[in-house]
Design a protein around this ligand. Structure first.
Ligand code: SAM
Ligand code: SF4
Length: 371
C-alpha cells in the first residue's frame, strides 16, 4: 500500500446526496426480465464506496478512437466524429511509466482500432521495454495480416480478435463495410506469428448471428483458439439493440451444452470477467462467456482506462475522468501517479453500480473510452 493509495477507510451507511440517491427500480432496457436492481441515479459514478478499492492493477488504453469499421453495436456510422489531441509516442512513454509507478501490471491496448494507429508497433515496444507483466491488444484484425509478426517481435504477449460472423455478407453488414477475407488472413498471420492461445470475441445478436455460435466455436477450436461469446451491452450504440437482440449467456450455454462439460463456468483470476467452460471432447479446449448485461461484474473490476487524449477513466460506463495529459506531456511521473489516485477515487462502488446497464452507459463512446 503506498501513500497515494492509503489503507481503506470504513465509512458508515450508504452513499447519500449529493453523490447519488439509492433507489430501487426496474432496468428499462431489459424489460420485465431485468428485475429490480439497487441503483444509483444522478451523479452516481462518484458514489462513495464503503471502502476504498485496491489500486488499479490493470489498464485499458484507447490509443486511438479512430476505426475502419462501424460495428452496429458500437458506432452509429463512419461519419461520426473523432476526438482531437491524441498523445504522441514520447508522451505515451511517460504515461506508461507513470502507470507502472502507480502499481499497474497489465496493459491492454484497444480503441477504436489500435492497429490503425501509425505507431502501434513502437507503442508495444515501449511497453515491453518498461517490463509490464502482461501486454495485450484487442483488434478487429483488418490490419493484422501485415502487423501480427512485427507486434509479436515487439513484445506483445496476447491478442484478442473480434469476429462476429464467418459469413462474408453478414460480416460486411455488421461491421458496415468490413472485409472478412482480410480479417481471416489476419487470424492466420497471428497464429503463424506464434500468439497462443488467441482469444476471439463474438458479440452475439439474436436474429443476426446467433445461429452461428456453434460453428464459430468449432471453427475456433479446430485452430486451437479460445472463442468467447459476449452479450451485447447497452453501451453506446448497443443501447439501441439490447431489447431486441440480447442473447443472455444462460441461453448461449444451453445452446452449446452438447459440446461442453456441465461444470460451472469459472473466471481466470486476474484476467477479466469472462467465465470459461471446457470442451466435453478435449478438456484443453475452452470457451468463454461475458455477461455484461444479464449479470454485471463491477464488484470484481480492477480496471482503469486511459483515453487517446490522456484522460484517466475509472469506468467504461461513464464519462467521468481525470485529465493527466499535462503531466504526461511534461514528463511529471509523480503528477501522473497523483492523477491516477484521483481518478481511482471516482471508481463507482461495485457493490451497487451495475456497469454497462446504467443509464450513463448509453451516452459514452466505446471507441474513445477504450472497449
Ligand atoms: N476495434 C477493436 C475490436 O473491435 O476488437 C477494439 C475496440 S472494441 C470497442 C473492443 C470490444 O468491444 C470488441 O470485441 C467489441 O466487439 C466489443 N464491443 C463494442 N461495443 C459493444 C457492445 N455494445 N456490447 C458488447 N461488446 C461490445
Ligand atoms: Fe471499431 Fe471495434 Fe467498435 Fe467495431 S467494435 S466499430 S471494430 S472499435
Amino acid at each position: 500500500m503506498n501513500a497515494l493509495f492509503p489503507a481503506p477507510i470504513e465509512l458508515s451507511g450508504q452513499a447519500s446526496e449529493p453523490s447519488g440517491t439509492l433507489v430501487r427500480r426496474r432496468l428499462p432496457l431489459l424489460g420485465g426480465g431485468g428485475g429490480l436492481q439497487r441503483k444509483l441515479i444522478a451523479a452516481a459514478p462518484s458514489a462513495t464506496p464503503s471502502k476504498a478499492p485496491p489500486p488499479p492493477r490493470s489498464v485499458r488504453v484507447s490509443v486511438t478512437d479512430r476505426c475502419d469499421f462501424a460495428c452496429t453495436y458500437c458506432r452509429p456510422s463512419h461519419r461520426d466524429g473523432y476526438v482531437d489531441g491524441r498523445l504522441q509516442l514520447g508522451v505515451w512513454r511517460n504515461m506508461f511509466e507513470g502507470l507502472k509507478k502507480a502499481g499497474v501490471r497489465r496493459v491492454r491496448l484497444t480503441g477504436g482500432e489500435p492497429l490503425i494507429h501509425p505507431e502501434i508497433v513502437a507503442i508495444v515496444r515501449e511497453l515491453s521495454q518498461l517490463g509490464f507483466e502482461d501486454i495485450a491488444l484487442t483488434t478487429n484484425a483488418s490490419q493484422l495480416a501485415h502487423l501480427a509478426k512485427p507486434l509479436f517481435e515487439a513484445g506483445l504477449h496476447r491478442i484478442n480478435i473480434s469476429i462476429d460472423t464467418l459469413d462474408p455478407k453478414r460480416f460486411e453488414e455488421v461491421t458496415r463495410g468490413g472485409n472478412l477475407t482480410k480479417v481471416l488472413a489476419g487470424v492466420d498471420a497471428a497464429l503463424e506469428a506464434g500468439f497462443a492461445p488467441i482469444k476471439l470475441n463474438t458479440v452475439v445478436l439474436r436474429g443476426v448471428n446467433d445461429d452461428e455460435i456453434e460453428s464459430i466455436l468449432l471453427w475456433a477450436w479446430e485452430r486451437r483458439m479460445l472463442p468467447r461469446f459476449l452479450e451485447v451491452m447497452p453501451i453506446a450504440e448497443g443501447a439501441k439493440l439490447v431489447r431486441e437482440h440480447l442473447v443472455p449467456v444462460a441461453e448461449m450455454r444451453v445452446r452449446l451444452a452438447p459440446h461442453l462439460v456441465s461444470d460451472e463456468a469459472r473466471v481466470d483470476p486476474g484476467l477479466g470477467p469472462a467465465k470459461y467452460v471446457a470442451s466435453r471432447r478435449d478438456p484443453s479446449l475452452r470457451v468463454g462467456f461475458i455477461s455484461g448485461t444479464s449479470d454485471t461484474y463491477c464488484d470484481t473490476c480492477d480496471r482503469l482506462r486511459v483515453s487517446s487524449q490522456g484522460v484517466l477513466r475509472p469506468c467504461l460506463a461513464t464519462d467521468d475522468g481525470v485529465d493527466a495529459s499535462a503531466e504526461a506531456i511534461g514528463g511529471d511521473l509523480h503528477g501522473i501517479t497523483r492523477r491516477i489516485a484521483e481518478a481511482w477515487t471516482k471508481k463507482p462502488d461495485g457493490e451497487v453500480w451495475k456497469g454497462c446497464t446504467e443509464e450513463t452507459a448509453a451516452h459514452v463512446s466505446m471507441r474513445a473510452i477504450g472497449g
